[in-house]
Design a protein around this ligand. Sequence first.
Ligand SMILES: [Zn+2]
Length: 422
Amino acid sequence: MTPPGGRRPGRSLVVRCAAVLTVSGPPVRNGWIEVARGRIIAVGCGRPRVPCIDLGDAVALPGLVNAHTHLEFSDLRRPLDTTGGLPEWIRRIVALRRARPTGADGAAGVARAVAAGLAESIAEGVTSVGEIATTLAPAVVDALAAGRPRVRVFRESLGLAAPTAAAIATVHRDLDRLAERGLAVGLSPHAPYSVSGSLGARLAELSAARRLPIAMHVAESRAEAELIAAGAGPFRDLLDQLGAWPAAAPRLLSAADWISLLARGPRGLVIHGTWLDGDRAAWSRLARHRARLALVICPRTTLALGGRLPPLHDLRAAGVRMAIGTDSRASNPDLSVRAECSTLVDAGLVSPEESLAMATVHGARAIGFDRVGSLTAGRRADVVFVRPAGRAADPVAAALDPSSPVVAVLRGGRLVAGSLPA
Ligand SMILES: [Zn+2]
């Protein structure tokens, strides 16, 4: 990695390229972007009046936002078997976690995976990550704090029993520990089949009181609805076998009720929503709370585990904000946000421009990073420069092509991956 050439302390960095994708407006062809003191100063077209770095046919776009992932699995070379859908995959995840060494060795392994996931992300142009953290051992927190992308750590909670005061105190302590390390934080009740209504209500209260975003997997499989409606089905079998189903039947909430709880905080993230179109109550609440909520779609994972994608046309018509996530390498071959965008575009569900907005400005807002997500004067200078590999004439399609190499990545105006010529 080399420092941006020609930049003296206190001076701005100006980069010229074939197109600047601001996301807040149409692409600026033959454009340039000026950055100073960590912020975007200006975007223009033509030849800038000051010396600049000329990247030729490269395209500039905002740093990408992965609104949902679990970096603890980033060391997997290939996804786990998804045969049998979500309940069977969860069984394999539990077995994987239980096979890890205990104590410091196990934590060190998770920390290495988190570091690998953050390194993979920044090299792919992902400058902001919404991470669901199940394990917060000191080594893992160190890895999260040392990575180059901005990270919001959603502290995950699971449990079908009513929460004890000690359990809630532990949540507060974990959030404080993360915040002391300079990490943005949030809350994450895991899923409707693994979290009791009483625990969910406490976490929603906490989200509102501490003004924290809250994220949850919702409507991810048909088995989830079966468990909630009848206390039966593949998830009940799994929970019984794991010894996780309590003696006193838990109070489980419907997807609609969870959506109402998630809307109590400043930002709520509904993750996946694969089967939301079959649930009119959940659907209408998602639309009603659209100012606070976003639906995060993880296309390749949803296809692998659910065999379908959420009904994006209808969600768009209802005005629901949509963002992109990769989920983890336990269900996905890599952490490429651009590959997720391409999956939606290739399926004919969104235009390249829409997928770019999902992967930048909408994702940033969803995870509460409002000062990034577009190349607009005054925003933090998280910028990716990509060299188009194919023959696409459209600069947006060219930039989102996963085979187009990332040339350089700026976070807050600092070069954090790749290189810029002198
Ligand atoms: Zn997930």
